[in-house]
Design a protein around this ligand. Structure first.
Ligand code: SAM
Ligand code: SF4
Length: 348
């Protein structure tokens, strides 16, 4: 690029652009980006034990990820969550956090955050805080070391707990995500909530979703949160609260613990009408809905030119196709998952 072209390009990227609004009038203000499909765990509901990961050249570079995220920010995205796979195992991922933090400094972005399994958090917590990360989600399904090892296949609970300590010590607000699993952590849900609330962490429970083959039957793992809620109500006073994030979570407060509990029921349709989010994979594929196969390739327009024009045109085209809602079903044993890609591809 000549210096003149570079100048035009810089002006171009700084120019405010039309917000991304779909045909149902929903503005896309929240982007989740999976920065890698790799992970240092193999959670039984998420991955098969032996996974084939993408060849490295398929992945967007950190510079391309920055450009892509920045294009979304220019189109009105206010909240950016890096996820995966495990985002903190991507080499030099802190360079990306560091560069994206400029959008926090400028006020264009309200929140830069991540979802992590916590295994590498002790190493990165203070640097994340330094990059303006104020709150994070840590996934933790059990506080029992053996059970933790069995559920994650490879994980070490003590590392995750050290990671949570480090994040809190760095002033980062931690929220726990736990997948509710029939016969696996069902009996432990109240003690997990009590432990988290005692440490000032809210908790969200997630219903298992039919994403990708893992070698286990989702029908066996599926525990409806309506059942969990009924069990919790025998012990505590739960009150619905209007707190919303535009996603599938509904929140209750628990009088006895003083904390908030999110109930994420992706198999119901009760959240699609307010959906404000889209997801991009580490290869630059944009999914307009977590529960649908339709996708748009953003890597080609990104790589086709150094200007962002083609990329913005692809975004307009894709958001126009954002569907009204998803098509999840968990029904008979032996059926293939209703969405073939794994959660670690799309990013949770
Ligand atoms: N590795 C990071 C972690 O575990 O937090 C980020 C990626 S992980 C795919 C994001 C979230 O998706 C985690 O909270 C995980 O428990 C959840 N998840 C993975 N597979 C799922 C499934 N099939 N159904 C529901 N939640 C799932
Ligand atoms: Fe890895 Fe997160 Fe999937 Fe577990 S849930 S295998 S930590 S990507």
């Amino acid at each position: 690029m000549s210096s003149e072209e570079a100048l035009i390009d810089r002006i171009d990227r700084a120019t405010p652009r039309a917000p991304l609004v779909d045909t149902f009038g929903r503005a896309v203000t929240y982007l989740r980006v999976s920065v890698t499909d790799r992970c240092d765990f193999r959670c039984v509901y998420c991955m098969a034990e032996h996974m084939t990961f993408l060849p490295k050249p398929e992945l967007l570079t950190l510079e391309e990820l920055d450009r892509l995220c920045s294009a979304f920010v220019a189109r009105g995205v206010r909240k950016l969550r890096l996820t995966g796979g495990e985002p903190l195992v991507r080499r030099d991922v802190m360079t990306l956090f560091r560069s994206l933090s400029r959008h926090l400094d400028s006020g264009a972005l309200e929140e830069l955050t991540l979802t992590t399994n916590g295994s590498q958090l002790a190493r990165f917590a203070s640097e994340l805080a330094d990059c303006g990360v104020k709150r994070i989600n840590v996934s933790l399904d059990t506080l029992d070391p053996q059970r933790f090892r069995a559920l994650t296949r490879w994980g070490d609970l003590s590392k995750v707990l050290a990671g949570i300590d480090a994040a809190q010590a760095a002033g980062i607000h931690v929220k726990l995500n736990a997948v509710a699993l029939r016969g696996e952590n069902e009996d432990e849900i109240p003690s997990l909530i009590e432990w988290a609330h005692g440490r000032g962490m809210d908790v969200s429970l997630i219903e298992v979703m039919p994403l990708g083959e893992t070698g286990s039957e989702r029908v066996d793992q599926y525990l409806p949160l309506s059942t969990v809620r009924a069990q919790l109500e025998q012990r505590w006073t739960l009150e619905d609260i209007p707190f919303r994030t535009g996603g599938p979570a509904r929140y209750v407060s628990i009088a006895e613990t003083g904390g908030k509990l999110g109930l994420i029921t992706p198999l119901t349709h009760n959240f699609c009408e307010g959906c404000n989010r889209v997801r991009v994979t580490c290869t630059g594929t944009l999914y307009m809905c977590l529960g649908q196969e339709d996708a748009a390739d953003l890597r080609s327009p990104l790589r086709a030119s150094e200007s962002d024009e083609k990329l913005h045109a692809a975004l307009d085209d894709a958001i126009f196709r954002k569907p009204k809602g998803h098509d999840f079903v968990i029904d008979r044993p032996g059926r293939a998952p209703s969405v073939r890609r794994h959660m670690s591809v799309t990013g949770g």
